[in-house]
Ligand binder design. Structure first.
Ligand code: TYD
Length: 207
């Protein structure tokens, strides 16, 4: 059995990740792939409960607690969902993964980058997604889109400077792993972004 591919989607709130997530599984299925769609925080009963805690506006966890819980839930997600699916030949499409912890808990909330890297190494060893689609937008674009679309959650309430740092965190990850993390200009029209995403998926995952 050939191992499936592991694809993650990243970007600050309002970057367009969810919009493009809506057609990507169908695009893969049409090419004969079996797809497992999942998300972080979430993906397991533990992860979904953590998601509620994390996005709750009324209680803000300490940033280190947040990072530790995120990796604990990630361990569970890898063991119970992601790795078994990949081994069974399914392709896993995950809405956010470890790059989000670097971007939000280190970039945004200021935890040391190396500490997150230690947790990453502990929980994942050398495992990385085969492809990460990073939707890049300036913080003012992300902010304007989330404000127009919905009631803000805990993170969406943060100010511009928080999201400037989140973006810096994502771009640093992209510089560190340029093969894996593909930067997509999320300010382009929907149709153009879709075209870029299709081209990237075809050239990296179906070569
Ligand atoms: P998000 O994926 O944007 O979901 P929705 O589109 O349904 O609002 O929400 C998840 C939030 O969790 C997002 O603001 C980023 C945050 N987050 C972290 O802070 N660290 C992490 O490691 C992950 C996976 C997410």
């Amino acid at each position: 059995m050939t191992r499936g591919k592991f694809i993650t989607l990243e970007g600050m709130d309002g970057a367009g990740k969810s919009t493009h997530l809506s057609w990507i599984p169908g695009f893969l299925v049409a090419r004969g792939v079996k797809v497992r769609l999942t998300r972080e925080p979430g993906g397991t009963p533990l992860g979904e409960r953590l998601r509620e805690l994390m996005l709750d506006k009324h209680q803000k966890l300490h940033a280190e607690t947040e990072a530790l819980l995120m990796f604990a839930a990630r361990r569970e997600h890898l063991a119970k969902v992601i790795l078994p699916a990949l081994e069974a030949g399914e392709w896993v499409v995950c809405d956010r993964f470890t790059d989000a912890t670097f971007a939000y808990q280190s970039g945004g909330s200021g935890l040391a980058w190396d500490r997150i890297a230690m947790l990453e190494n502990w929980v994942q060893g050398s495992l990385q997604p085969d492809l990460t689609l990073y939707f890049d937008v300036p913080s003012e674009v992300g902010k304007a889109r989330t404000q127009a679309a919905r009631e803000p959650d805990r993170f969406e309430q943060e100010g511009r400077s928080f999201f400037d740092r989140v973006r810096e965190g994502y771009l640093r990850r992209a510089r560190e792993m340029p093969q894996r993390v593909q930067i997509i200009d999320g300010t382009e029209t929907l149709e153009k972004v879709k075209q870029s995403v299709e081209n990237i998926i075809l050239s990296i995952c179906f070569k």
